[in-house]
Design a protein around this ligand. Structure first.
Ligand code: FES
Length: 103
């Protein structure tokens, strides 16, 4: 099973076949914001993929459009709900994507 290491919390989780970064994180108790419920209609699930960017499913146009709205966008940014994990990753959750905030 692929693994995701979260830099901020130092936690490493396992990802099931076909899961997105968001699904795997929430299942393992790692909070990532997901205001639209994971349907690519917000940008609160923005994460930065420090390692393993090429191991993710490709970005489509809808995701690119939503990501443009994300705060602190980088070249390694993805929407956690759209990125299907296919190999090991190191991920950073930017402050505004961390769960538990009031918006
Ligand atoms: S949760 Fe809204 S775009 Fe990912």
């Amino acid at each position: 099973m692929p693994k995701i290491h979260f830099q901020d919390s130092g936690k490493t989780i396992e990802v099931k076949e076909g899961e997105s970064i968001l699904q795997a994180a929430l299942r393992s108790g790692i909070p990532i914001e997901h205001n639209c419920g994971g349907v690519c209609a917000c940008s609160t699930c923005h994460v930065i993929v420090e390692e393993g960017f090429g191991q993710l499913s490709e970005m489509d146009e809808d995701e690119e459009d939503q990501l443009d709205e994300a705060e602190g966008l980088t070249l390694k940014s993805r929407l956690a709900c759209q990125a299907i994990v296919r190999g090991d990753l190191v991920v950073r959750i930017p402050p505004c994507s961390k769960g538990g905030h009031e918006h």
